[in-house]
Design a protein around this ligand. Structure first.
Ligand code: GLN
Length: 448
């Protein structure tokens, strides 16, 4: 039975939602999972939406000061479909500003890990993962451009599923990079993920890139481990991951080590494309229309926009500058066009490879770091941490991160990737894993 069915089969105390919201508000002061809570929720299975996904009447900022005060007058399609199927919106979850980050520290306040608040929660969908780790009954609607569902799911010990590009409508999503953005789902079990995925996916007349294609299941019981990716994994993670491979063999999976030339440059290609796209997407935040309003029209043009756009955080500013640079006529062929060719090459090579089975790797190359450790990383060092999550995202392949071990009390996550439209195969793989492994949680807020 899924948690969703279990929830509906129970009798709720009359003050269930009041109690849930009170407990959550308290924990939120320490962990910063939610940017906004819907204190009037009184019915439905609780779900949350990442704060770059619009929900009518709730402030939506994508954790940016630029969007302070923006209250959408409409629902994103994913939110609309959840509400239409009886789910109840609990709130909007914290994230790295506009999705720019891997650790959940590019937001104010910084998101904290529910297993130990000195550690990162992961990002950019940090709050979605924390909320899932806190709440017994909950699904999170999150979003990934280059790994933002997998990374926090791994660090917070929950299941995070990113579908094939185009399976879930992006209508109502504050775009980071349109050719890469995918809305996805986090939950505590694969069964809940599948139910939420089926609720929100499918064609939408507001998003022409959204497809009605039927997800496929039943991929071969074979996992492929790519040598060039494993090179980047630190020793602690590698030995835990080797034990996982052993357990999978006992479960009847064949494990094959393979080589894939060119996968090393996925991160470079990803950051060129994502920055190019985000630099145009952020152009609309000018202090006129959305959120932060600068009403001093006596100022000169440069003065006005300098002040209006100063509200962006440091990482957003960096990406606007770099993204604008790589698109400029004089260097476009050197960076942007080349990155597009790398994406096409990798999509081709990886899909050929996945005709044989699913690709498995650790989700992150390191164990969960302390917040103080990642604050001192330079941008390029931080981007390099995405080496394992970026390839699937760059090419739009469905993937899921799931907890597979615990090191010093902190969860470790592994990521399984399928070829386009193999979404159910990926979810089924996690289900099979759950038959032999119990996830651990420190909190069970809202348990019945
Ligand atoms: N860490 C990656 C980035 O900063 C991925 C973020 C995402 O998927 N939104 O771009």
């Amino acid at each position: 039975m899924s948690s969703i069915q279990e929830f509906y089969s129970r009798e709720l105390p009359t003050d269930y939602y009041e109690g849930l919201l009170a407990d959550l508000s308290k924990l939120n002061e320490e962990l910063h999972a939610f940017n906004a809570l819907n204190m009037s929720l009184r019915s439905g299975y609780p779900f949350s939406a990442k704060d770059n996904i619009c929900a009518m009447g709730l402030e939506c900022t994508a954790s940016s000061k630029v969007l302070k005060g923006y209250v959408p007058p409409f629902n994103a399609t994913a939110v609309e479909r959840m509400l239409g199927n009886g789910f109840g919106l609990l709130g909007k979850t914290n994230m790295d500003e506009f999705g720019f980050g891997t650790f959940g520290i590019n937001s104010d306040p910084i998101a904290r890990n529910p297993f130990n608040s000195d550690y990162v929660a992961g990002g950019s969908s940090s709050g979605a993962a924390i909320a899932t780790a806190l709440l017994k009954y909950h699904v999170a609607i999150a979003e990934s451009t280059g790994g933002s569902i997998s990374a926090p799911a791994a660090f917070c010990g929950v299941v995070g599923f990113t579908p094939t590009y185009g399976m879930i409508s992006r209508y109502g999503l504050i775009d980071y990079a349109n050719s890469l953005d995918k809305i996805g789902v986090m939950a505590r079990t694969a069964t809940d993920i599948r139910q939420a995925f089926d609720t929100v996916r499918g064609r939408d007349r507001y998003d022409t890139t959204c497809t009605d294609a039927q997800p496929r299941g039943g991929a071969a019981k074979r996992v492929l481990v790519i040598d060039q990716l494993m090179k980047h994994v630190d020793d602690r993670v590698r030995s835990a991951f080797d034990r996982l491979l052993g357990k999978l063999e006992n479960l009847g999976y064949a494990v094959e080590h393979v080589s894939l030339e060119g996968i090393d440059v996925a991160v470079q290609a990803y950051y060129v494309i994502s920055m190019a796209e985000c630099s145009t997407n952020l152009a609309k935040f000018t202090g006129f229309k959305y959120g932060y309003q600068l009403r001093e029209f006596s100022k000169g043009y440069n003065e006005f926009f300098t002040e209006a756009r100063d509200a962006f955080g440091q990482e957003a500013k960096r990406r606007i500058i770099l993204g604008t640079f790589v698109r400029s006529a004089s260097v476009r062929s050197r960076y942007y066009s080349r990155a597009l060719r790398i994406r096409a090459m990798l999509t081709h090579r990886l899909s050929e490879l996945m005709a044989r089975g699913l690709i498995l790797s650790p989700t992150m190359p390191i164990v969960t770091p302390k917040i103080s450790d990642v604050e001192s990383l330079g941008p390029v060092q931080a981007y390099a941490m995405d080496i394992l999550t970026v390839p699937a995202n760059l090419c739009g392949f469905p993937h899921a991160s799931f907890p597979y071990d615990y090191a010093d009390g902190m969860p470790l996550g592994a990521q399984i990737v399928g070829t386009h439209f193999d979404d159910y195969s990926v979810i089924d793989f996690v289900s099979a894993w759950e038959n032999i492994f119990d996830y651990r949680f420190k909190y069970n807020v809202g348990a019945l």
